[in-house]
Design a protein around this ligand. Structure first.
Ligand SMILES: Cc1cc2nc3c(=O)[nH]c(=O)nc-3n(C[C@H](O)[C@H](O)[C@H](O)COP(=O)(O)O)c2cc1C
Length: 190
């Protein structure tokens, strides 16, 4: 069966893409604006190692205004992208609630944060790794309200108990398949 995408309802496009492009890593993004903002995004992917770049697509709120994460990154040009472990799923999922801009998800959901790099937003304390990123470019999808942002990795944090001098560390992180959450670190041989 061939499915034509252009007449397809948005919800079915999402279903097809989110069940075919798997797993989708979760970017748990910390930004600074009116307050400290935390939200998860799974239209997120590594783009290139040179320059070290990631891409994340951020939509708008139901009222048509920019999501706080998008607004903050466009203003400050910075974000800290934290990883998500199974123990953090409840807090990560809760932080996707659309709160008013002046309400911090960190406070609303008791998410502990810690500033470890002076010029970047803090990390989520329990995340074992995080990327400190600067905005590289904003992609225009023909005027779409979904705005892909290319961000460049400037620094990386890895918790000491995971660090390996040869960088052969393994993180047990949560990813998304459809709307479900899964652990995707099962090794198979070619
Ligand atoms: C696991 C997960 C992944 C998500 N991925 C995206 C995404 O890729 N793009 C997007 O615009 N919203 C995504 N959302 C919804 C945002 O997290 C949600 O709109 C949030 O309220 C945005 O917060 P903000 O306004 O503080 O930036 C996702 C939600 C969850 C739970």
């Amino acid at each position: 069966m061939i499915i034509d995408f252009s007449p397809l309802e948005l919800k079915y496009r999402y279903k097809i893409m989110s069940r075919s492009i798997i797993p989708r890593p979760i970017a748990w993004i910390v930004t600074e604006g009116k307050t400290l903002n935390i939200a998860p995004f799974s239209y997120f992917m590594a783009l290139s190692s040179n320059p070290p770049t990631l891409i994340v697509s951020i939509g708008h709120k139901k009222d048509g205004t920019q999501k706080d994460t998008l607004k903050n990154i466009l203003q400050t040009k910075k974000c800290t992208i934290c990883s998500v472990t199974p123990d953090q799923i409840t807090q990560m999922h809760a932080s996707s609630e659309s709160l008013p801009e002046e309400v911090s998800e960190a406070e609303a959901f008791g998410i502990a944060t810690k500033r470890i790099v002076e010029d970047f937003p803090p990390i989520i304390t329990d995340s074992p790794s995080a990327f400190f990123c600067e905005l590289n470019q904003v992609v225009d999808l023909s005027g779409s309200k979904t705005i892909p942002l290319i961000v460049e990795i400037k620094k990386y944090y890895i918790a000491d108990n995971y660090f390996d001098p040869n960088y052969n560390f393994e993180l047990d992180l949560v990813a998304r398949v459809g709307r479900e959450y899964r652990l995707c670190n099962k090794k198979i041989e070619p």
